[in-house]
Design a protein around this ligand. Structure first.
Ligand code: G3I
Length: 425
């Protein structure tokens, strides 16, 4: 009898261990068809066991934090050194992971020989670099960040003043995509930038640029949102800011990817909220195919003082890890895009909607050409609170549509735009 209990005990232990092993980002992401990834930096190159164990357990996608940048791969023209990047490819293939390529055309960590200051020779060198690198990784890298950070850091809508721009002119972006597509027509080609996660001036200029490329028949297939965020971004508006922004890029028929996510801040609960918001949008919008974090452990991050990653210095998971796991385990349903325009206005008049009052007695009037005008009222989590149809000239009192106890910010959406309304008691 004693023997039986021992055997049962051992079996239970093994079962529990197996169950614990099964719990991982990768398990759930694979089921959802999501690329869940991380950047491999120097802990990978050092072969640190704790690091590699986490990567193998949690992720189905990897990207080189540095080793596929021009200065490392192709420092001397025609003498590429693929040794460090190939180690990453071997590792990924051995563990059944996909590889994002990062990055072909960037103003930083560029090889000195490429930009000459003169248009024709720089174009020639760009083409040669792209061919050399993409040929080598053909079939092993499923998508490339072809152009990285071409827009100005400050959201001015202008292109970044870089060697690329000075040597070639603004159409260097077009040329890079065209060259890349010729080398590997099966590879998905991305534009990648930071400071573009939410609706705003910089994401507007990225949208305009990408739309122009598509209109000109340039082979661009995706947009990468680096998502270098801070815990202070954990405000209720973040969710819709990201979602509406992502929705407009998805409407262009592009793949979307979160490519380098990290969130600085000492408040790890707030940090978790920001990660969670981005994962929620990822799971809600089918166009978002990848969610990639920029490293494994805080101490190894380029922003290490801000403790921005999912694992602490002892390789222990942080609240953000738990928040992401919970969402992956129990994913939200895909959402229906909001009707109408996505420009949020906080003023009085938005298109056909007229702001006539304050708080609960706010009434809306259809002053536009569309009659009757359907409206939908959402809270900041994107939940539909009420919908109605407005007739021209007849005011609609918001209070009549809401539960009596409702307070908070609402978004009244119509074809004419979005009106932001604060409902107070
Ligand atoms: O490889 C040299 C090494 O030989 C030398 O001993 C050491 C001394 O500091 O420097 C090493 O190179 C550093 C490299 O990281 C590898 O650690 C570079 O100086 C350093 O500039 C480089 O920083 C990287 C940075 O891009 C610039 O390429 C960061 O690790 C990397 O996280 C960061 O990643 C970028 C993305 O590619 C694009 N988006 C923004 C993101 C953050 O800046």
């Amino acid at each position: 009898m004693m023997f039986f209990y021992r055997i049962a005990g051992v079996l239970l232990l093994v079962f529990t261990m197996l169950q614990a092993q099964e719990e991982s980002f990768k398990k759930y992401a694979d089921e959802l068809g999501l690329n869940i990834g991380t950047a491999l930096g120097y802990q990978f190159e050092r072969n640190t066991p704790e690091h590699n164990e986490i990567v193998i357990r949690e992720f189905n996608t990897v990207v080189a934090e540095n080793t596929m940048k021009a200065v490392i791969l192709h420092k001397v023209k025609g003498q590429p050194d693929f040794s460090r990047a190939d180690k990453l490819i071997d590792f990924a293939q051995h563990h059944g992971m996909r590889v994002r390529g990062h990055t072909l055309v960037w103003h930083f960590q560029n090889a000195d020989w490429i930009c000459t200051g003169e248009r024709e020779s720089t174009l020639e060198n760009m083409k040669f670099h792209i061919e050399t690198v993409m040929e080598h990784f053909k079939g092993k890298v499923h998508e490339w960040d072809v152009v990285n950070e071409a827009l100005e850091e400050a959201p001015t809508g202008k292109m970044r003043d870089s060697e690329w721009l000075r040597s070639i002119g603004p159409d260097y972006v077009d040329s890079a995509f065209a060259f890349a597509h010729r080398v590997d027509p099966d590879c998905k080609l991305f534009y990648n930038d930071f400071g573009t996660s939410v609706l705003g001036a910089k994401s507007d200029s990225m949208y305009a640029m990408v739309k122009r490329l598509l209109n000109n028949g340039i082979p661009i297939h995706g947009v990468g949102f680096q998502a270098h965020q801070t815990a202070a971004d954990a405000v209720p508006e973040l969710y819709l800011g990201v979602r509406w922004n992502f929705e407009r890029f998805a409407e262009l028929g592009l793949d979307l990817a979160i490519t380098e996510m990290d969130v600085t801040g000492s408040d790890w609960e707030k940090q978790a909220e920001v990660y969670e918001t981005f994962m929620r949008v990822t799971l809600e919008l089918p166009a978002v195919k990848s969610f990639v974090v920029w490293g494994v452990r805080d101490n190894d991050s380029w922003r290490r003082s801000g403790t921005p990653l999912l694992f602490d210095d002892n390789w222990e998971p942080k609240p953000a890890y738990v928040a992401l796991m919970n969402l992956l385990k129990d994913p939200p349903a895909a959402v229906q895009p909001f009707p109408g325009s996505r420009s949020v206005k906080s003023g009085h008049d938005s298109g056909q909607l007229l702001f006539n009052g304050k708080n609960r007695t706010l009434s809306l009037r259809n002053t536009g050409m569309v009659n009757p005008l359907p409206i939908a009222i959402y809270d900041l989590r994107g939940t539909l609170v009420a919908s109605a149809v407005m007739s021209a000239g007849i005011p609609l009192t918001l209070a009549s549509l809401l539960e009596n106890e409702f307070t908070g910010t609402l978004l009244v959406c119509s074809e004419g735009g979005v009106l932001r309304v604060n409902v107070v008691r």
